[in-house]
Design a protein around this ligand. Structure first.
Ligand SMILES: Cc1ncc(COP(=O)(O)O)c(C=O)c1O
Length: 489
């Protein structure tokens, strides 16, 4: 047993046991009743910082005091993503098995840069990503790697694409190069801003990203993509990659991946599929079509932290050419050289960061706790609730649905009066006020977007504690507040 002088070591083990039990009790109560808090934090900017001391304490404090401040000062400044009335952005769940895994992961404090710095972390990542790949019906040619977010997954996918096209960039960079053609990345005008950020970070500049128009259901138009590629080639651009999205951020539309994949194949262009939110729905019977064509992609990102009940953060990049990713980033200084009894995978080789958290543990526990059937049933239920909400919107003449509902998100708006014109600025303002009013209720939290120039409210379902009762309550609140705003116009 390790003996450390008590004033120089970690927290006393018995104190840890007592306080940890307290924290677990708190978490269990929280998960059972997160709806006792306002879902959207109601604090004013600066209030939390002002309630905290301006300097770190000189002497250690008892956990009781720290925990009391956690509850008194910090909790009011929390927006509760684990609240059943959370319908904003993409609603997510930090599920109980995932929370338990995070607890254990923190205790082990694994840093999985090398296989030997925790063989289980490296090998579990491989196993669990194989399980997920099989659930999604993706081919075995895809090797997976875990990053924190989809933004980072996509950045790495595009870095691999560039490595394939211009390997000299790793050594010589891009500045003042006349021997490297300007490169172009294509995505739709509905794609996520992480694609813009990736091209910025890779040094190509935002002008290297060409946004392709989408159709009336917000899907990329392949004919416009083909024309853009031809035009760019004629003007001396080198196409680098096409990013197709399965589940766009605003309306969750699905780009026609089979046609886009065919075009990429003909043109020898890297295809990256951004399935960060909706990809997991591909495991639900009847939804296999959403990943059709993705089997031809070079890379695909899917985020278990979005809609697979895995506590934030955990994003998965599947890549057919992991060798290119390694060629782009592998770099082993002397102090990290290792020799093992057999070839091993060192996770530090597959990206920018050296250190890596043991994220695979939570995905493993989530997949095992719910099982494939349990996950499918929960995803299907969220989609049923979204369709139901969409039907309520369709059945009420004072509301208007603004996009199809392929998954668990509904885009809609309220009409201030019967003759509200399609692009009427008054309708936009009315909905901005409606959003503020329902979010101030503390019972629900929705967000917004703009579709076809119109201000759209977005109701996203993705929390395991959200039931039909909560969705019905959200609908009641929306109708009540819209009615009172109409009266007070
Ligand atoms: C389609 C899509 N791609 C990428 C992202 C970025 O996700 P992350 O926060 O994991 O970087 C999002 C975020 O909502 C998204 O909707």
């Amino acid at each position: 047993m390790t003996v450390v002088p008590s004033d120089l070591g970690d927290m006393d083990p018995e104190a840890f046991r007592r306080d940890a039990h307290r924290v677990v009790d708190w978490i269990a109560d929280y998960l059972a009743g997160s709806d006792r808090y306002p879902v959207l934090s109601q604090v004013k900017p600066g209030a939390i910082a002002a309630a905290l001391p301006s300097h770190a304490p000189a002497r250690g404090e008892p956990f009781d005091a720290i925990f009391a401040d956690f509850e008194r000062v910090l909790i009011p400044g929390i927006t509760h993503w684990n609240h059943p009335g959370f319908f904003a952005y993409f609603a997510i769940t930090g599920s109980a098995p995932g929370i338990l895994a995070e607890f254990l992961s923190a205790a082990l404090n694994v840093q999985a840069m090398l296989w030997r710095t925790s063989p289980a972390a490296t090998e579990l990542e491989e196993v669990v990503l194989r399980w997920l790949r099989q659930l999604l019906g993706l081919p075995a040619a895809f090797e997976g790697v875990i990053y924190d977010t989809a933004s980072i997954s996509t950045l790495h996918a595009l870095a691999a694409a560039r490595e394939g096209l211009a390997p000299s960039v790793r050594t010589h960079g891009l500045a003042r190069r006349t021997d490297v053609a300007r490169m172009r990345v294509y995505c739709s005008d509905q794609s996520h801003s992480s694609i813009d950020k990736a091209v910025i970070l890779l040094g190509h500049g935002q002008e290297s990203l060409r946004k392709i128009g989408s159709d009336s259901e917000f899907r990329m138009r392949p004919s416009l993509l083909a024309a853009a590629i031809a035009e760019d080639r004629a003007a001396g651009w080198q196409p680098l990659a096409v990013v197709a999205t399965v589940g766009t951020t605003s309306s969750t539309s699905v780009d026609p991946v089979p046609e886009i994949a065919e075009l990429c194949r003909r043109e020898s262009i890297w295809l990256h599929v951004d399935a960060a939110y909706a990809g997991v729905a591909g495991m639900v019977p009847g939804y296999e079509w959403i990943l059709r064509g993705a089997e031809q992609a070079d890379s695909l990102v899917v985020n278990p932290h979005k809609w697979l009940f895995t506590p934030f953060d955990l994003s998965v990049l599947y890549c057919r050419r992991m060798d290119l990713l390694r060629a782009a980033f592998a770099l082993t200084p002397e102090y990290l050289e290792t020799v093992e009894a057999a070839p091993v995978r060192n996770l530090m080789d597959t990206g920018v960061q050296l250190g890596r958290r043991f994220r695979a543990l939570k995905l493993w526990m989530v997949l095992r706790h719910f099982g494939a059937d349990g996950l499918r049933a929960r995803l299907a239920e969220h989609m049923r609730l979204a369709r139901l909400f969409g039907e309520w919107i369709d059945g009420d003449a004072s509301f208007q649905r603004l996009a199809p509902v392929p998954f668990s998100v509904v885009c809609f708006r309220a009409l201030p009066h019967a003759d509200a014109a399609a692009r009427d600025p008054e309708t936009d303002t009315f909905n901005e006020r409606l959003l503020a009013a329902v979010n101030a209720s503390g019972e629900m939290f929705i967000s917004h977007t703009r579709l076809d120039g119109r201000y759209a409210l977005r109701l996203a379902i993705g929390n395991l504690r959200t039931t039909e009762v909560h969705v019905a309550r959200a609908w009641d609140l929306l109708r009540q507040h819209a009615a009172s705003l109409r009266l007070n116009r």
